[in-house]
Design a protein around this ligand. Structure first.
Ligand code: PRX
Length: 666
């Protein structure tokens, strides 16, 4: 563990607060304490029981095939359709009139309720439309959309056809979209003219046009682009390729007979940042993934289908939006809220207004949002009736105890349990979390692995650390929603997740963690070159390559520095090319802004550095590896740590002296 982590460890040891579940909550909880024993006694039997939450066309004949690790197969021989489970079966079971989504657009009074019957009709129409566009089982379809009902409809239509979707976050650039489309060889893209953000239409279609051109230059053809009209912005139109959703989908039949697929049929590919510049296409398959989402959404959020109104605020471009915005809640027949816009539009109480209006009972969001609301002040949520809330969830990064307490008190009226849920794009569903009706939760700790999942903290050698010590977070046994591989790259899959503890056969999550004196787990952040900005993963290397692709940059190093609101913020150190400046000239602010914009254009706004420092040298070891730890010290205004392994020990002085920087407060 680094010096910094041990500092954190010492601080955490002082946390004495505990929050017991309210008595009534505990009495009626979906998951009770005996679930731990049950799962421990017969883990596979426990998962079989969870799989019975779903409708299977053919039942599996084997729960788990782990004969060829790390390639798992779950519910082997089972046949299932994810869309049927999320939509049709609820209609068949008489819940057709139940609202699946209360959708709220960003412009006020722009609302739409979709019942399960509506959803069934829309998904069937969209599936028929995709067939008309030539989409067949197994084909990949890219989805680049705002948060509108058609996004979930598009995902479910793909699932219905067994055409794996790859959703690309609407905030990503055309380059990022092009790379993903190319990597998974998507021939069809579903998009919209734009969506509403911060009170104005924000275009999407131009990025799709650019991405199509870019991949065409590399010999890949996107055959069709299906476009939802959302903002009525002007769009360029390619008559051979582009099709309006309302022209094609609206006239389709609402009947579509779905086929059932093998449990291991690919459901989707979702790209996430790794330690190299190339994003990893995480592959999730159908049966196990859906079991993981349905079980955890029911158990961790204690879903009471008839009475709860559930809201996961994550954008569908991230895994949280997949598992807990679409697949989990729909598989369980829940009523959810979906909101298109930003929390401050048209006013900073928008979320709380929505909670009041729809009587939201379960809210799932990220610490970065909670900290932003804290900054905005208690008076804003205080204007709204939040008394229906009975459970709060947090995900994406550790929730610091202050934010946890604020969330519980100010939003939850000091009565709601808070579940701090740890998981990853790769794990597919929640792995570590308190059980809201069982656990006496500690603010800042995700507590322990949920029933059915076996997580531990281990030493470099793979030995379980004693209570009170830190180490690496691993998963010791396979679980149904685990990633199956990286799209098209089995070797990288093995290398990234399974080589570190190959002998023991553990999954290496890439996070550091500590067990406290009770054995409860405290997450300490990534141990690799992956940053966590606003609960989203960014790779340092990816941003470094974006910076060096600018003609004025010779070299770049990027670190994630602590940030009060976003958890970590992107801080970049760049060495300029000699030609970029006149002799003795300081880097002008305009150049710094140009570099920040450049990163935004290459990757997306989320990756735009908060701060860029122009330096004459970078600290490197003798083998040439950049010592990011030292740069982090600089970025976090700390005294620079041990420099003995530097090839040139004067470099840090040079950086200190020659540093000119710009910080963005926008
Ligand atoms: O570092 C952990 C952090 O987010 C990483 C996973 O990021 P991503 O795949 O984008 O998924 C985010 C949403 C599931 C993890 O390796 N992380 C996620 N949840 C927590 C967390 N760190 C601490 N506490 C959490 N509850």
């Amino acid at each position: 563990m680094s010096d910094e982590s041990s500092g954190t460890l010492a601080n955490l040891a002082h946390e004495e607060r505990r929050f017991e579940p309210p008595k009534e909550f505990a009495e009626h909880a979906n998951l009770k304490a005996d679930a731990y024993d049950e799962a421990e006694k017969d883990r596979l039997g426990f998962w079989e029981k969870q799989a019975d939450r779903l409708d299977w066309d053919t039942r599996w004949d084997r729960v788990l095939d782990w004969d060829d690790p790390p390639f798992a197969k779950w519910f082997v021989g089972g046949r299932i359709n994810a869309a049927w489970n999320c939509v049709d079966r609820h209609v068949e079971n008489g819940a057709g009139d139940k609202v699946a989504f209360h959708w709220v657009g960003e412009p006020e009074d722009d609302k739409r309720d979709l019942t399960y019957s509506d959803l069934k009709d829309e998904v069937s129409k969209a599936a028929n439309a995709l067939v008309e566009l030539g989409v067949q089982t197994g084909d990949r379809v890219a989805i680049y959309m705002p948060m509108i009902p058609e996004t979930a409809i598009a995902m479910l239509a793909c699932a219905r056809l067994g055409a794996p979707h790859t959703v690309v976050f609407g905030g990503f650039s055309s380059d990022a979209l092009a790379n993903r489309v190319e990597d998974c060889d998507a021939k069809v893209i579903i998009t919209a003219d734009g969506g509403y953000r911060r009170g104005a239409p924000s275009a999407l279609k131009p990025s799709v046009d650019e991405a199509c051109d870019k991949v065409a230059e590399r010999g890949h053809e996107v055959r069709k682009v299906l476009v939802v009209r959302r903002t009525s912005q002007e769009v360029e139109w390619n008559d051979d390729r582009d099709v309006w959703w309302h022209d094609l989908v609206d006239s389709q039949s609402t009947e579509h007979e779905c086929e059932f697929f093998d449990s291991e049929h690919p459901l989707y590919v979702l790209y996430t940042s790794g330690t190299t510049g190339k994003p990893k296409g995480i592959l999730h398959t159908t049966g196990g993934y859906l079991v993981g989402c349905a079980y955890t959404h029911w158990g961790i959020f204690d879903l009471k289908r008839e009475t709860d109104v559930y809201w996961c605020t994550a954008d569908v471009g991230w895994v949280t939006g997949h598992s807990y915005g679409v697949y989990g809640p729909l598989a369980n027949g829940a009523t959810s809220v979906m909101y298109e816009g930003t929390p401050d539009t048209p006013h900073k109480g928008r979320w709380w207004e929505i909670c009041e209006q729809y009587g939201v009972t379960i809210l799932y969001t990220a610490p970065t949002a909670i900290r932003t609301f804290m900054k905005w002040g208690d008076d804003i949520p205080a204007k709204h009736d939040l008394s229906k809330l009975r459970l709060l969830g947090s995900v994406g990064e550790s929730i610091n105890p202050e934010a946890y307490i604020w969330y519980r008190k100010t939003i939850g009226g000091d009565r709601t349990p808070v579940v701090d849920t740890w998981w990853q794009t790769e794990t597919g569903s929640i792995m570590i979390s308190p059980l809201p009706g069982v656990t006496a939760a500690k603010p800042g700790s995700a507590m322990k692995s949920i029933p059915g999942v076996v997580v531990d903290v281990v030493t470099d050698e793979g030995e379980s650390v004693p209570n009170g010590s830190g180490g690496f977070l691993v998963v010791k046994e396979p679980w149904p929603a685990m990633l199956r591989t990286l799209w098209g790259d089995d070797e990288r899959f093995k290398e990234t997740y399974w080589s570190r503890f190959e002998k023991q056969g553990f999954y290496f999550a890439g996070d550091g963690a500590k067990k406290d004196d009770d054995g409860d787990i405290w997450l300490l952040g990534r141990v690799d070159d992956v940053m966590n900005v606003s609960g989203h993963r960014l790779s340092t290397t990816e941003i470094e390559s974006a910076l060096v692709s600018h003609p004025k940059v010779a070299e770049a190093a990027v670190v994630g520095a602590a940030d009060e609101t976003t958890g970590q913020a992107v801080c970049a150190f760049v060495i300029l090319r000699e030609s970029a400046l006149e002799e003795g000239e300081e880097a002008p602010d305009s150049l710094i802004q140009e570099l920040r914009q450049h990163v935004q254009k290459e990757i997306g706004a989320i990756a735009k550095p908060r701060q860029i420092m122009v330096v004459p040298e970078l600290p490197k070891t003798r083998s040439g590896k950049i010592m990011r730890r030292l740069l982090k010290d600089v970025a976090e205004n700390r005294e620079v740590g041990d420099v003995t392994t530097l090839a040139d020990s004067t470099v840090m002085d040079l950086i200190g002296k020659g540093m000119s920087s710009s910080k963005d407060d926008a």
